[in-house]
Design a protein around this ligand. Structure first.
Ligand code: FPP
Length: 235
């Protein structure tokens, strides 16, 4: 694929693990487990395609309202998966970053998050942002707080603050904006994901549940993106 037709930053709302499991009469955790297989597959496919940044919505600020046993199951799954896969990702040159608020995240989860981020911090192959306890409005509020602090500390003049400067206070810092946003499972919502960064993103919705979103499905999304006309408000 032409590199100018390739998105630099792809963000994915991985939805439908529970419904996929239900449809096959499996317990919900099986859906999440199969979802992890697709996470691995899509990271590899994105890396091979030459995507610079991949952002995955793993756990939202709203997901804490799920039944306690599902939250606990998901936390254990993250600990296990991150513990097992960080080395592979590192070997493949992937830099792992976490975006979201640290508050509420159990200590054990924070430990594996920090360890995998530190291990891979120097990699330049592909940046993988894992959105964890992430909410876009919270991100914008956090950025406003940080801007305010910097201004008070004499860092810069608020009167000349522009969009470019502001965006550097977001969790995504210097990363390129999202070019392509994918949501699986036939839902047509943004669900408080990357509200600032998707301003000019192309949106791609598929009825496939996340456990069915294979590398071929991902490649189909990249093909569709390559055929889109992006005008950014121009003609
Ligand atoms: C959405 O399906 C999925 C989640 C809330 C969890 C996604 C997490 C993973 C696939 C594991 C990722 C792991 C790492 C390390 C990145 P759902 O439960 O909302 O499905 P439903 O809408 O059908 O109920």
């Amino acid at each position: 694929m032409d590199s100018d037709k390739l998105p630099r930053h792809v963000a994915i709302i991985m939805d439908g693990n529970g419904r996929w499991a239900k449809r096959q009469n499996l317990p919900r955790p099986q859906g999440h487990m199969e979802g992890v297989n697709r996470v691995e597959e899509i990271i590899v496919a994105a890396r091979q395609a030459g995507i610079a940044v991949l952002t995955l919505y793993a756990f939202s600020t709203e997901n804490w309202t799920r039944p306690q046993e599902e939250v606990t199951m998901l936390m254990r799954l993250f600990i296990r998966v991150l513990g097992q896969k960080a080395k592979d990702l590192h070997a493949n040159g992937v830099r792992i970053r976490f975006i979201g608020r640290r508050e509420l995240i159990p200590e054990e989860v924070l430990r594996v998050m920090d360890a995998s981020a530190q291990l891979t911090a120097g990699n330049t192959g592909m940046t993988l942002n894992v959105a964890f306890n992430y909410g876009a409005r919270a991100e914008i509020v956090d950025a406003v707080r940080a801007v305010g602090k910097a201004a008070l500390a004499g860092g810069f003049n608020l009167d000349t603050l522009d969009e470019e400067q502001f965006s550097r206070f977001l969790y995504t810092q210097e990363q390129p904006e999202v070019d392509l946003l994918i949501r699986t499972s036939g839902e047509f919502r943004i669900s408080n994901f990357l509200l600032w960064q998707i301003s000019y993103a192309e949106l791609y919705f598929t009825p496939k549940f996340w456990p069915e979103f294979t590398k071929e499905e991902f490649q189909a999304a990249l093909q569709e993106f390559a055929g889109r006309q992006r005008r950014y408000g121009g003609i």
